[in-house]
Ligand binder design. Structure first.
Ligand code: SF4
Ligand code: SF4
Length: 296
């Protein structure tokens, strides 16, 4: 199954085919070519689960493969922006650069963005583009705030005599990039299986809310960051992906709803509430949306 409906700006759903024939509202929320491009980007021609599908919760991927669902075209624009960035770079991959090749093995398949001389003219780097939020970027870069004493003390009030502090940024925190690291490492394995040596892995992350004050409050000062991805053992990555692929395959063959997505996969319910396209087809998602589940 696939996305069959768009969610209009005020929340009603309309079949994608109907929307593309004629807007059911007073005014189109986007140009027709943009909506057509979004509709095309939603078409799934690959039967086997891809690397990105396996990184999601098994239940989410199962529901996307077995039920019809609706998507908000505004949310899909980010994915479309990602494709636009690929297109911009595509015209400039002369030299020893491969781009956007889909590679497969017996477990899954994945399309890497760039491989080869993408940092300088002598390297063999695997690169991936991401368009992401300042929140995700702050966590991916390992940024966090600490309280630093100012040397002064409160002279009045409840905290009289206690030292005053101010917030300062630190950039050596834990980098929350496991999902990106698993994805890129799997592309590395697929390339190495074909004899391509991968010397380093990097993500070029664009901050989509860079112009908002919230990005500055999260210490995001640039629109683009290059993030180094460390190697994860092939054995661990393969075991992780094989286990998820096996569980998904079994659920699809036997036709049962897989176990609940993990708290990490469902972003402690934030995804179920606001971002999971199949939440309406998931018993747990419906409870969260109805306010009957508190975030874990
Ligand atoms: S153009 Fe926008 S508002 Fe009109 S039917 Fe399609 S999704 Fe709804
Ligand atoms: S609603 Fe939550 S638990 Fe259900 S599929 Fe979506 S992310 Fe997973």
């Amino acid at each position: 199954m696939t996305a069959t409906a768009f969610i209009c700006p005020h929340g009603d759903k309309v079949k994608i085919t109907d929307c593309l024939k004629s807007c059911v509202k007073k005014q189109r929320c986007m140009f027709l070519p943009t909506l057509r491009a979004i509709a095309q980007s939603l078409e799934r021609n690959i039967k086997e689960p891809t690397v990105t599908e396996l990184l999601c919760g098994i239940r989410e991927t199962y529901l996307k493969k077995t039920t019809d669902y609706a998507v908000d075209p505004m949310q899909q624009l980010y994915a479309l922006h990602g494709s636009a960035v690929h297109t911009i770079n595509e015209g400039f991959t002369e030299g020893n650069i491969l781009s956007e090749e889909r590679l497969a093995d017996e477990v899954t398949s994945g399309k890497f963005d760039l491989y080869g001389q993408i940092i300088d003219l002598s390297d063999k780097t695997l690169g991936d583009y991401k368009i992401t939020s300042s929140y995700k970027l702050m966590r991916a870069l390992g940024y966090y705030k600490v309280d630093v004493p100012t040397g002064e003390v409160y002279k009045t009030g409840l905290r009289k005599g206690q030292p005053k502090t101010r917030k300062e940024w630190r950039t050596d925190g834990v980098r929350h990039i496991l999902d990106w690291a698993i994805q890129v490492n799997y592309y590395r394995i697929l390339l190495e299986q074909r004899g391509f040596k991968v010397e380093s892995m990097k993500i070029q992350a664009f901050c989509r809310d860079f112009s908002l004050r919230i990005a500055e409050e999260r210490n995001i000062r640039r629109q683009v960051y290059i993030i180094n991805i460390n190697k994860i053992s092939d054995r661990w990555i393969k075991l992780y992906m094989e286990t998820k692929a096996k569980r998904l395959k079994e659920a699809l063959e036997k036709g049962y709803l897989p176990q609940l997505c993990t708290p990490k996969e469902r972003w402690n319910d934030r995804k179920c509430r606001d971002y999971c396209a199949v939440a309406g087809n998931c018993p747990y998602g419906r409870l969260v949306k109805a306010g009957m589940k508190q975030a874990a």
